[in-house]
Design a protein around this ligand. Sequence first.
Ligand code: TPP
Ligand code: MG
Length: 556
Amino acid sequence: MAPDPSSPAGPSPGASSVSSGSTASLLAAYLQAAGIRHVFGYPGESIIDFMEACRHRDIEVVASVREATAAFMAEGAAMVSGLPGVCLSTLGPGSTALLNGVAAATLDRVPMLAVSGQIESSREQFFTHQVVDHGRMFAPVTKLALRLEAASAGTIIRKSLRTATAERPGAVSLTVNTDTWALLANTGAAGRDDLILPPLGPPSGSFGVYGDGDPLRALRQARRPVVLTGTAAMRCAAGPELVRLAERAGLPVVVAPMAKGTFPEDHPYFAGVLDMAGHRVVGELLASSDLILAAGFDPAELISPWRVAAPVLHVDTTPNTDQVYASAHELVGDVAAIVGWITAQWSGEPRWTQAQVAAHRDRLRAAWLDGRVDGQLNPSDVVTIAREAAPPDTIVTTDVGSHKLMAGQAWQAAGPRSVLIPNGLSAMGFGVPAAIAAGLTRPGTPVLALTGDGGFAMTATEMRIAASLGVPLTVVVFADSSLNLIELRQQVKGYPPTATRTQASDLPALAEALGCDGIRASTPAALEKALAGFASRTRPLVIEARIGTAQYETQF
Ligand SMILES: Cc1ncc(C[n+]2csc(CCOP(=O)(O)OP(=O)(O)O)c2C)c(N)n1
Ligand SMILES: [Mg+2]
């Protein structure tokens, strides 16, 4: 039977997937309305109609070298902008390759739309070549895995955007059969404007209280309370309120890695980053407190178990459903508004002096430098030299491994969303693609990727994308010929370094082959020289920083 052109789900007359009214066009229109300027993907036949619809809407389709990195690019773009990151794959081998970055977005609490094409609907239920069940595959690593159908397109697109951005944010998978793109979309807007963009952020202004009695009683009675803040505070832009509270009540503020920059790191009450290098010193501070004010802290960022005996006051955008720590009271809503309210209620004396917090920071600094060996390039030297060479507003990414623990503690953040650290899934292979996406999202802002040599090897060929797109990003590879963090775990158990030693590659030569500049630096002076003129570079640069690992062995 011929489809009925007047039906909302029938093909539009003279159909093309890019004609206005098509499902492809509606999805692209929503992304454009949401302020999304790039989608990151790898082509396949089942998505070419959507890529074309994006082009018509001035949304740039950035082709990565493979789907896995496209997803990390989308995650990096979302971390910088706060808007949903969008990645794109074809069916089967494309969608399976996308999976790690999609899971990363969910556990890193970053809003993401992962769009995957699918074989045409008439064959999907029985055909086997390249067909995997996206709904079942994506379900455990997303907040929601849906099929986009023309008959409900507007509603499903809004549901996807709202679900991805609702607290806590994460990934939504959208599967689209290849024949669906050209179908006339039902906007689901009941005759009103075709596009009704839902709110795409956290709550603002309001909050609710759970638990019996006065939620602030324990805080008022506490003598050594410490604030532990994290990504929900960043999303609620709670930094200025946290500063007011810290100054008024005299509270040290520990920040979780993915929220770096939310609380200014040059502030007298800044008390370090959780679970990075020097973690014992930060752990001692938390253990010595008599109340933890968890302000938008997400336990997904805990690397070691929660060992703090002090009671916790839970302040967050979501109720304490994790129960990683116990809390008798929960203040749930806009973290900035809640912290502001707590400050307004405060009438006691400051609990900590600035000098006490400064002494704690001195101990933390000493712990971070512990194990440094004179006469070689230490991991802490790389962080220090890079921070000095990079302009203050530089966006930095890290990968995962020993280098992340060093950089995460001591890289001084310019502000929120300027330090992109994967610390929920903690997937290697994030640093380079996320930095490329950051450069595209914030043109003109200097971008630096700090990565291990293992993580760089996973993603090095993406440098050719940076070169062809003209993103002048600088990558510093902590080159130790080792999957160091895992090799150290083997050492602790007395095992030899099975499968954790890697052969050194000639990274400058590799960089040049990919259209980038490349330099090797084995001393602090050579690294300083390599990083000179950082902000005025016009080509991507890869620096192979040949480090000694003694400091890691002392610390981790
Ligand atoms: C995709 C992925 N695979 C494996 C791991 C486990 N892992 C964590 S750190 C690490 C070593 C990373 O080595 P490298 O990139 O060289 O960084 P380094 O520790 O040497 O600084 C590994 C294998 C991971 N986190 N992610
Ligand atoms: Mg390494």
